[in-house]
Design a protein around this ligand. Sequence first.
Ligand code: SAM
Length: 240
Amino acid sequence: MTENEIIEAVSRVEVRTGAQRTIKSYALRSNRLDDEQRRIVLDNYERYCVTFQDGPADPAGFFTDPSKPVIVEIGFGMGTSTQVIARERDQYNYLCLEVYLVGFVKLLRDISRLGLDNIRLMRFNAVDVLERMIPDSSVSGFHIFFPDPWPKKRHHKRRLIQPDFVHLLASKLRKDGYIYCVTDWEEYAQWMLEVLSGEALLVNPYDGFCPPVAWRPMTKFEKKGLDKDYRINELWFVRR
Ligand SMILES: C[S@@+](CC[C@H](N)C(=O)[O-])C[C@H]1O[C@@H](n2cnc3c(N)ncnc32)[C@H](O)[C@@H]1O
């Protein structure tokens, strides 16, 4: 890819823009790269990133070892837990989606320094990626950690976890694949439990929330919630 093509690929994050815009689960901040970020992107994009395409692409083929099952992480933030999990659970490949440019470049820098070859990044709206690019029954798990709670009632429609989106996630899963969500927002946790429980393609192996998953590392973000005495609720659903 040329430098211009790479910069263009990290600058566009959604299919519908302007008048066509649909409801978004994120509020986009700056889209500008400083010189250092630009260098990180240009040096590492082709090895570690995947460009959005409007048509099916087998996610296993994005990785050096395509025999490993693919986990998709949605909204990795700064990628702190992403890299720990990918290192410690390296029997999987991780396709990691985030629209937040600072976080995207930070994780790209970290994985290039660590040489973590079982992670691929996309800076693109996860809804578009799943709807248009990822084939059904091709994903072994989804990680959705601390999605924006959109606490005001009039913003609830912006929450990522909605019946249609959960159905989309479930249809991308292989049999026995999982959806693992974590939140520190009590009311969103109840909402998630209701929405996930209502999806016919999924089963909950637990009675309500699942016990804390030992391999998920604590992040700064989570620590802040715990300091405010928020309870962390985890949900684990499996594809029938
Ligand atoms: C509250 S942060 C949590 C970040 C991280 N998972 C953590 O635990 O620290 C939620 C992230 O999800 C991202 N996000 C929200 N909707 C998204 C979407 N449709 N596609 C990709 N990323 C999304 C936001 O940009 C934001 O960085």
